[in-house]
Design a protein around this ligand. Structure first.
Ligand SMILES: *Cc1c(COP(=O)(O)O)cnc(C)c1O
Length: 400
């Protein structure tokens, strides 16, 4: 039995918890940058599942890796060795330049892992007094949905009514090095930062911000953890966004596109002095590093490299951004971003973004608003120049 879009949306409203407010479109099929609804209408995906589909929907190599691995071995748990996890760990070590990898599944789990690592390092290596460790985080951050992570969110919708909250976090304004310097003290074990704040509406910090954080971290014996879950794996025109400033963070947190648009795969990369704080039993995950995930992630990384996706993102992102900036409209306040992570910030007088994302959908473009006034454009990195021209035409018709 095939259901219509309306029937499916009604069913979701009735039976699914309402923790999302989806755009009114149902997707049944996808390939590359294109998705299709039950009625056969085709749309360009301009969200890429929040950058989890950088390689494009159902990349043939990644799907083949999934199917081949499914025929061999899927899950062992880490109680035993497998023939997949060591290969994936080695590949990720080569990609990040760090010594070791700790595998998890969702992004939030990788962030939790980084937090545990920094705290444990603080007690065992830095010598911070028991239960006094502090981690510096930033206003408007988004690092996931666990109780500990939302404890340091400043977004009331994400945070309210989930207390009691986890202590040990100090929130300072983003892009403000002076505030970070003031917040550092003898109990500070880490700084946790997004190189670009994606969920906050693609907030790009001033040049030198990350480099400045690195300096503060070095001078004060504090670890620098970058959350590259959304910005990493070629999205912004480099393998990792911190590479734009030549920074060498202590912990690199990855997720989303690591799973090739197929599977939740996340990881933390760091050197031995840092990730070496874990001993058997002190942290783990039943599914973390499972053979099926590792086979998929391995291929997902190879695809990014072989298809030169960071170069594509840099070049096509610049082209897309130039095109958006050329649209003359009293509704547009600002166009900002890096690589293929771009946002249009609307003037308040234009009204809320939702009506424009709905209008863009009618023109065949699936974008999602972030907050009330921002429209994000983050297509799969396999998008072509011709397809960007098509997208620009739709944006021009809706906003121009
Ligand atoms: C999506 C995201 C997360 C959380 O990842 P999940 O897989 O949804 O848990 C964390 N940090 C950033 C920057 C993200 O964009």
């Amino acid at each position: 039995m095939r259901y219509s879009s309306q029937e499916l949306m009604d069913m979701e409203q009735q039976y699914g918890a309402h923790n999302y407010h989806p755009l009114e479109v149902v997707i049944t099929k996808a390939e590359g940058i294109w998705v299709e609804d039950p009625e056969g209408r085709r749309y360009m995906d301009m969200l890429s599942a929040y950058s989890a589909v950088n390689q494009g929907h159902r990349h043939p190599r990644i799907i083949k890796a999934l199917k081949d691995q499914a025929d061999e071995l899927t899950l062992t748990s880490r109680a035993f060795y497998s023939d997949r996890w060591p290969l994936f760990a080695k590949k990720l070590v080569e990609l990040t330049g760090k010594d070791m990898i700790l595998p998890m599944n969702t992004g939030a789990e990788a962030v939790e892992t980084a937090i545990k690592t920094m705290r444990k390092w603080g007690y065992l290596v830095k010598g911070v007094e028991k239960d006094k460790a502090e981690i510096i985080v930033f206003e408007d951050n988004f690092h996931g949905r666990t109780v500990t992570i939302i404890s340091f969110s400043v977004d009331p919708i994400a945070r309210d009514n989930y207390g009691p909250y986890t202590p040990g976090f100090v929130v300072v304004p983003y892009d403000d090095l002076e505030a970070v310097k003031k917040a550092v003290n003898k109990n500070t074990v880490g700084i946790l930062v997004e190189p670009i704040q994606g969920e906050a509406g693609v907030a790009v910090p001033s040049e030198g911000f990350l480099k400045g954080l690195e300096t503060i971290a070095r001078e004060n014996n504090v670890l620098l953890a970058v959350d590259e879950i959304q910005t990493g794996l070629c999205r912004t025109g480099k393998t990792f966004a911190f590479q734009h400033e030549g920074v060498d963070p202590d912990l690199i947190i990855m997720g989303k596109a690591l799973g090739g648009g197929v599977f939740p795969v996340s990881a933390v990369a760091a050197d031995k002095e840092v990730l070496g704080v874990f001993q058997p039993g002190s942290h783990g995950s039943t599914f973390g590093g499972n053979p099926l995930a590792c086979a998929v992630a391995n291929e997902a990384l190879d695809v990014l490299i072989d298809e030169k996706m960071s170069e594509r993102a840099a070049e096509l992102g610049a082209y897309f951004m130039e095109g958006l900036k050329a649209i003359k409209s009293p509704k547009i306040k600002q166009v900002r971003g890096k690589g293929l992570l771009i946002a249009i910030v609307l003037e308040e007088s234009a009204g809320k973004a939702r009506k424009y994302t709905t209008a863009l959908k009618e023109k065949g473009l699936l974008c999602k608003e972030t907050h009330d006034w921002i429209i994000r454009f983050a297509p799969p990195l396999v998008i072509t120049r011709e397809e960007i021209d098509k997208a620009l035409e739709a944006v021009r018709e809706v906003l121009g």
